[in-house]
Design a protein around this ligand. Structure first.
Ligand code: ADP
Length: 494
């Protein structure tokens, strides 16, 4: 065991590891072609490292010659894949230069494979003259072939030169387009690699230096540059993913706040409507109870009157529990469950729900539904929520007017064969023309304490029903919000 047998496998495993990582990522993530080509070059260099190591041990022609042929192939694969990688990754480059790289290298290889060269001669050496054992640092020895350089070997070196020109040219183009960092780091690393690796191989093959091949070592420069470059993409993607996750969570939180807010506001409406509707039967029950006390105080008590009072009380009680039951059913269902609905019922529930607000804000709520309207298909709770939003917005819009002009009108009319149109109009401040397109966007609000979600929810609900919602300014004053709902086929309200 010496440092050569440790160092080369380390280089090979670095290449293999990065190659595998890029292969794995390249199968699913962009830039896919660039990653796969880079992985191929890294695998080729891992092979080159193994062959370089084996060559330091080869001391006979029989061992050396096949290794050298494989090395020629591996270097060819590495050169072509790196050329293609730069081309794809930079998205630019001179086509002719790019094609010249494999062309020139193939001419060199052709000599190896087609010219009938056999053991003892090949692309690198015309004739092997022998093997030398050379001692290097730490007394470690390695073997080196000696021979007469082959003039055909100029072609692979020409290919290397053309590749360098191609990369410099592609880097300059990318630089001009603004990809300066990538051009400098990746382009620079590839050029350094070919200058160092090619130069060192040339020095060995001309006998100028006596060293093992260091092509795979020079590749480490590319490995570092590319790893940082390509991983920056992965990092950016990961950051993006985590940012998306964060916003997803924010959205989720907002959604639940929203659900809560609308539920709370609906509950508020329900509470005041409940109080209003219960007041009447409860008051009647109280008055009847007081009357009953008076009748009981008479001597003898008027049993007939008392019986009639008890009937009244029972009826009022039933009415009160009916009111509670009807309003409670509004709260029960929250998911969309469309069924045939009477427009009249929808409007009277909304009127009941907003009566408290209307009184408090001194605003008149007018219901103007055309008679005999057909049934619509929808989820009552959701449609009521939409009407509620629109009516409360309209009340906000007329809030600044003198009390006698504060009016909101809710209307319903048949639009065509298939749709019914509901409208909520007010004579308020209207909508600024530049805001007409944004009203239904989530979080768009012009109110100091507004949330800007009412209309966005309304649009979601109406579109989920297959309808459309929009707003327009009235010619006189204020705005009208309209939405459509599908009619139940062949139906008319009872
Ligand atoms: P919020 O009421 O919380 O602002 P909405 O989504 O219900 O959220 O409304 C968004 C915006 O649409 C309001 O801030 C307001 O500018 C505008 N708007 C809604 N209804 C009316 C209306 N009837 N008249 C004028 N502007 C309106």
């Amino acid at each position: 065991m010496n440092w050569i047998t440790i160092a080369w496998p380390m280089v090979a495993s670095a290449c293999l590891t990065l190659g595998l990582i890029e292969l794995r990522i390249g199968l699913t993530q962009p830039p896919r072609a660039a990653r796969l080509l880079f992985a191929l070059s890294a695998f080729a260099v891992a092979g080159i490292a193994g062959l370089e190591l084996a060559l330091t041990r080869a001391d006979s022609l029989a061992d050396w010659w096949p290794l050298m042929r494989w090395l020629d192939i591996a270097v060819g694969v590495m050169m072509v894949s790196l050329t293609a990688f730069i081309w794809v990754y930079f998205g630019t480059g001179n086509t002719w230069l790019a094609l010249a790289v494999p062309g020139l290298y193939a001419v060199g290889l052709a000599f190896d494979y087609l010219s009938g060269s056999g053991p003892g001669s090949g692309m690198t050496y015309q004739q092997i003259t022998g093997f030398r054992t050379v001692e290097t640092f730490g007394g470690v020895t390695f073997n080196l072939a000696e021979g007469v350089p082959n003039p055909w070997n100029v072609f692979p070196y020409l290919a290397v030169l053309v590749l360098i020109v191609f990369v410099v040219d592609a880097s300059a183009r990318l630089w001009r387009r603004g990809g300066r960092w990538r051009a400098a780091v990746v382009g620079g690393a590839v050029v350094v690699f070919f200058l160092v690796g090619g130069g060192q191989a040339a020095l060995i093959e001309t006998g100028a230096v006596q060293m093992p091949y260091l092509i795979s070592w020079a590749y480490l420069a590319i490995l570092v540059a590319m790893a940082s470059e390509l991983h920056a993409d992965v990092l950016a993607a990961a950051q993006l993913a985590s940012r998306l996750q964060d916003s997803e969570m924010v959205l989720q939180r907002l959604r639940s706040q929203l659900a809560h807010a609308s539920r709370v506001s609906l509950l508020g409406q329900l509470a005041s409507a409940l109080a209003h509707e219960l007041n009447q039967p409860l008051g009647a029950i109280l008055r009847n109870a007081e009357a009953a006390e008076l009748f009981l105080a008479q001597e003898p008590p008027d049993l007939d009157e008392l019986r009639a009072i008890l009937v009244d009380i029972r009826q009022d009680d039933l009415r009160a529990s009916g009111v509670i039951e009807r309003l409670r059913s509004l709260l029960k269902r929250r998911s969309l469950a469309p069924c045939a609905l009477s427009v009249g019922d929808l409007l009277s529930t909304v009127a009941a729900l907003t009566r408290g607000d209307a009184t408090a804000r001194k605003t008149r709520l007018e219901i103007a539904a055309a008679p005999g309207l057909p049934l619509v298909m929808g989820d009552a709770v959701h449609i009521q929520q939409v009407l509620l939003n629109l009516v409360l917005n309209a009340m906000d819009a007329v809030g600044h007017l003198p009390a006698e002009r504060r009016q909101v009108t809710v209307g319903a009319q048949r639009r065509d064969e298939r749709d019914l149109e509901m409208t909520v109009s007010d004579g308020g401040h209207g909508i600024a023309p530049e805001q007409l397109g944004q009203l239904f966007e989530p979080f768009f609000t012009t109110k100091p304490h507004g949330m800007g979600i009412g209309l966005a929810i309304s649009r979601t609900i109406i579109e989920a029903h297959g309808g459309r919602i929009w707003a327009e300014n009235n010619t006189s004053a204020g705005a009208t919000f309209r939405f459509t709902l599908p009619l139940v086929e062949e139906s008319t309200a009872p």
